[in-house]
Design a protein around this ligand. Structure first.
Ligand code: FE
Length: 198
């Protein structure tokens, strides 16, 4: 028996392979390193859940904006200076009510409206979450700390390449009348994914 699979022996680490591809692209003037740095910057500085929090807070204080948001999410977030990549053709905003809890997932991979609600957390990309949330959503939510009354209907929405979702959480009653800027601070990424209530 050979001591090691020859294919495995020839394969270097992920980091080395990434570096090699990057170097090969850079050598050809394709500026891979620059593109990676730019993406890193966008991901950590601009594609943050606070964008979505601003959208939610505005919807809470401005009924007309809320209507526009529910009718055409993509157009409404642009009013706040937020943008979505061209291939995110639709932003569907799902309104929670006392009897409806919306939850989003991507059963295929990890798609989210990431420019609005931030990049997906690790658990969202996990096979466990993707496969179980559609089959036993109530149990999965309970395991994540969200215990819903039996009369609350759970609607699970599976993201596609061109249709992205965000959940519009209910405004906690004790925050009624708060200024918009203060409301922004209470909206969490998990509430916009639908695995938490505020
Ligand atoms: Fe995906």
């Amino acid at each position: 028996m050979p001591d090691q699979d020859p294919v495995i022996r020839r394969t270097t680490s992920m980091e080395q392979r990434v570096d090699a591809i990057q170097a090969a692209l850079d050598e050809r003037g394709m500026k891979a390193t620059e593109a990676v740095e730019e993406l890193n910057h966008l991901a950590t500085e601009q594609w943050v859940p606070q964008n979505g929090a601003r959208v939610v807070a505005r919807a809470w204080v401005d009924a007309a904006f809320r209507e526009r948001l529910l009718a055409n999410g993509r157009a409404a977030v642009e009013e706040l200076g937020l943008f979505m990549p061209k291939h995110h053709r639709h932003l569907v905003v799902l309104e929670n009510t006392p009897t409806v809890q919306n939850v989003i997932c991507c059963t295929l991979c990890s798609c989210t409206a990431f420019t609005i609600i931030g990049l997906p957390p690790d658990w969202y990309k996990d096979f466990e979450y993707r496969s179980r949330v559609v089959r036993e959503s109530r149990t999965v939510l309970r395991e994540m700390g969200l215990e819903l009354a039996p009369e609350v209907e759970i609607r699970v929405w599976d993201t596609t390449a061109d249709t992205r979702y965000m959940v519009l959480p209910m405004q906690p009653p004790e925050t009624m009348g708060w200024p918009e800027e203060k409301l922004v601070g209470i909206v969490t990424r998990d509430a916009m994914i639908g695995v938490a209530r505020l």
